[in-house]
Write a protein that binds this ligand. Structure first.
Ligand SMILES: [Zn+2]
Ligand SMILES: [Zn+2]
Length: 447
């Protein structure tokens, strides 16, 4: 079933034209109506005897209960926890709850759930030095097979390197029955790769960063698959909803191949990380990762469109000073209690170094016509993405998910500080356009 031969990408080393050899921890991906039976058979084949099934209130009903019953039915001594939440946050508290409920003899965690639960199980199994598998209940995010576990530790959004699952299972009917907002979030997370990919390729031009073109092509396939299926996804055809899951798995494999999230996370994700941290710090209700990324994508495309039309004053950009005091003040206002970690990160990476910026500007000035051409050739227009969201009924602006325009535009300026990675957000600062663009987006949101 499906559009891709995942087996060809798993279980062995893949020598690549980029000069590296790629691999993932994942041994098996199975998407089909008999996925629970295949999961049980895989647990037995791999010789596990004490699986621990982790679910929350929703995912227990969607699949956890059936997975637990099937394992017991096969005579396997299994334990489980149903976290008493609809949408658990991957923080110290939830990590602790799962750890406390996990029997000593557990040799395998079986996560029956969606994004955050998968991240949490990934982390716990890694720290406990046991394996994990996942039965995906919703195609909501792309972290299924990647080694990074995005968690909220001490109110800070951090991604900890762990391991991938041994196997991923899902049933198209379960995916198609998942809440529309989860499916739409998955679509947003896939489509966000438009800006992630161009950020990555621009960084090769500007910073000489390593890029794997085969991986870029793979992620592009995921983009095409999802963007051409919007109508059928909206009407919940299982085969179409399956393409969202396939797109997410492909981008996940891309991250595993590269060893970090570069192929899947650029400016759109960095904005999302800032907002995620702030909603958490301010005690506000979390917004699904993919929903935020999907909205950020539209405005990152708007900013890329502005850049493609910009008449850049290169000498003015080179002469622009950096006011560290002003930056510290801004950082403390936006990041609040997480500010010390952001400042410590900047002390380490020194991304506001004027000499280094001016060296980047030299390259940018030389390469700008080619980069503008890439913006035209490789990026969809923001209106194309809006049309897809309209078909899906997906959120398209910050107010659709109760994020205010001020926080949204602060994330344009603060997003470059949340990671060490060079993206369009840093490009805007390099060009001296960051504040102007944030204001222009603010005006768009008021209109
Ligand atoms: Zn490669
Ligand atoms: Zn993502």
């Amino acid at each position: 079933m499906g559009n891709f031969d995942f087996d060809s990408m798993l279980g062995h080393d893949i020598p690549c034209t980029c000069g590296r050899t790629h691999s993932t921890d994942v041994q098996k991906i199975y998407l089909g109506s008999d996925a629970i039976d295949v999961l049980v058979a895989t647990v037995q084949e791999m010789g596990f005897s004490h699986p621990f099934v982790v679910s929350d209130l929703n995912t227990w009903k969607a699949a956890g209960e059936a997975v637990d019953a099937a394992l017991r039915g096969a005579g396997i001594a299994c334990a489980h926890i149903v976290l008493p939440y609809d949408e658990p946050i991957p923080d110290e508290h939830v990590i602790g709850e799962i750890f406390c409920a996990m029997p000593q003899e557990t040799d395998l965690i079986v996560c029956a759930g969606s994004g955050t639960l998968n991240d949490t199980c990934k982390f716990i199994s890694y720290r406990a030095k046991i394996d994990y598998m996942v039965f995906a209940t919703a195609p909501s995010m792309d972290g299924w097979v990647s080694i990074g576990a995005p968690l909220i530790i001490n109110h800070m959004k951090v991604t900890i390197d762990t391991h991938g699952p041994l196997a991923v299972f899902s049933d198209p009917a379960v995916l198609a029955a998942s809440p529309a907002k989860m499916i739409n979030a998955g679509v947003g997370d896939v489509l966000g790769k438009y800006t992630a990919l161009i950020d990555w390729r621009f960084s090769r031009i500007v910073n000489g960063e390593y890029v794997c073109d085969a991986t870029v092509d793979n992620v592009r396939k995921a983009l095409d698959l999802v963007s051409s299926n919007a109508e059928a996804i909206a009407s919940r055809e299982p085969e179409a909803v399956l393409t969202v899951m396939e797109g997410l798995l492909l981008t996940g494999i891309a991250m595993a191949w590269i060893g970090n999230s570069r192929p899947a996370s650029g400016c759109e994700h960095h904005m999302s990380h800032v907002m995620e941290m702030r909603l958490q710090i301010d005690g506000k209700k979390a917004v699904l990762h993919g929903a935020k990324v999907g909205i950020d994508l539209i405005y990152c495309l708007e900013m890329y469109r502005m850049l493609a039309e910009e008449q850049i004053d290169w000498d003015a950009a080179r002469a622009k000073p950096f006011d560290k005091d002003k930056w510290v003040e801004f950082t403390r206002r936006v990041y609040k209690i997480a500010a010390p970690e952001i400042e410590a990160l900047e002390d380490k990476v020194d991304k506001y170094n004027i000499e280094a910026r001016n060296a980047r500007l030299d390259v940018l000035e030389r390469e700008w016509p080619r980069m503008v051409q890439m913006m035209h050739d490789e990026l969809p227009s923001p209106d194309e993405i809006r049309r897809i969201y309209q078909v899906l009924g997906a959120p398209a602006k910050p107010s659709d998910v109760d994020i205010d325009a001020d926080l949204f535009c602060d994330s344009i300026l603060a997003g470059r500080d949340v990671r060490t990675r060079w993206t369009m957000l840093q490009l805007l600062w390099d060009l001296g356009l960051d504040e102007e663009y944030a204001q222009r987006v603010h005006k768009m949101l008021e209109a």
